[in-house]
Design a protein around this ligand. Structure first.
Ligand code: ATP
Ligand code: MG
Ligand code: FE
Length: 336
């Protein structure tokens, strides 16, 4: 089985080829146009996807040494994501599937972030608990099989990736700020500054309150000393990151205990964060968890994760009709 998969939900245009469950190529074009705007501009994203999709797909096929005529199916990200961006990938995949007369597979982007764990070894045993942390989502997901997963807790407002990016913006760092906070944090003192934590019920997260308390804190400090941010950037980033990770770890610990699971994974763009990776590993050693952390390449948006999900959907015979539309607010239930 040879599947070509396309990801275009946000600001990465990506294509990947998977042969019998093994990834053969994973080409990612990250759109630079958004940096100067401090966030993703939807219209610019669609236009950049249109420009990038043909060369990215060609490169993915070439690296995998696969001809279009050899493909068994075409997969695309059906949602969630930006409508205009999703449409570019969906239209491309539909016309290619029609032209080649092969099946079309629609993939849920959040399910794919989780199934990135099945690209390489070691792979988690079911059931496993996954903390999915990305630019648009913060979820605790009980994963019962490749295609059966349930959200058992999620954010009531902002995603943790958004909290990283918006805090970075307040600090004057370019978009996306998450990786830069990570970089500065590595040289700073995580206990240098303390922020009031907001508590939430059960397994729900909230990040809008903490973002506001960061904002007020910096404002006050800058009033006292204009150079506060420049002089303390490493300690600030370390403290901000420490606070966000503490919120994530509290709920992860709680969910693991409540549902009595010891197979624990993290997924999504923020799972690339070195502090979170370390925190989950350390907690795992304490609690006797089997901890699973994807390779960096498979944390942020990529088509390899779409390809591995498509592989399982192909085996299950889950295909789309050629008049399928992308769903910007797609939920898990729509994936089965
Ligand atoms: P979603 O998957 O929810 O639709 P998305 O696809 O835009 O959103 P991803 O590509 O999965 O999000 O992740 C991007 C996010 O990950 C951004 O918020 C970015 O700042 C964050 N991120 C990436 N690397 C790091 C890092 N090392 N530390 C913290 N955050 C990071
Ligand atoms: Mg992105
Ligand atoms: Fe994503």
């Amino acid at each position: 089985t040879i599947i070509l998969a396309i990801e275009s939900s946000c600001d990465e245009t990506s294509a990947s080829v998977i042969i019998n469950g093994k990834i053969k190529s994973n080409i990612v074009a990250t759109q630079e146009v958004h940096h100067k705007y401090g966030g993703v501009v939807p219209e610019l994203a669609s236009r950049a996807h249109q420009k990038n999709i043909v060369p990215v797909v060609d490169q993915a096929l070439k690296e995998a040494e696969v001809q279009k005529s050899e493909l068994s199916a075409i997969a695309f990200t059906k949602g969630p994501g930006l409508l205009g961006a999703l449409l570019v990938g969906a239209s491309f995949a539909k016309s290619m599937a029609a032209a080649l007369n092969i099946p079309l597979i629609g993939v849920n982007h959040m399910q794919a972030h989780i199934l990135a764990h099945f690209i390489d070894e070691p792979q988690p045993q079911f059931p496993f608990l996954c903390l999915t942390v990305s630019g648009g989502h913060t979820q605790l997901v009980m994963v019962r099989s490749h295609l059966d997963m349930e959200v058992i807790g999620e954010t009531q407002d902002d995603a943790v990736g958004e909290a990283f990016d918006k805090t970075a913006k307040i600090l004057g760092l370019p978009y996306p700020g998450g990786p830069l906070i990570d970089k500065y944090a590595q040289k700073g003192n995580p206990l240098a500054f303390e922020f009031p934590m907001v508590s939430t019920e059960g397994l729900s997260f909230s990040f809008s309150g903490i973002k506001t308390s960061f904002l007020y804190f910096f404002r006050k400090k800058v009033q006292e000393n204009q150079n506060f941010v420049d002089e303390n950037i490493e300690d600030i980033c370390a403290s901000v990151q420490h606070t966000l990770i503490k919120i994530l770890m509290n709920k992860l610990r709680k969910a693991a205990a409540k549902h009595k699971v010891k197979n624990i994974g993290i997924a999504g763009g923020v799972s690339a964060n070195s502090g979170l990776r370390k925190a989950v590993k350390e907690e795992g050693e304490k609690k006797g968890w089997d901890v699973f952390i994807p390779e960096f390449e498979y944390c942020t948006d990529n088509a390899a994760m779409i390809a591995i999900t498509a592989h399982y959907k192909y085996l299950a015979g889950e295909f789309e009709s050629l008049n399928v539309s992308p769903n910007p607010r797609m939920k898990f239930s729509g994936t089965r």
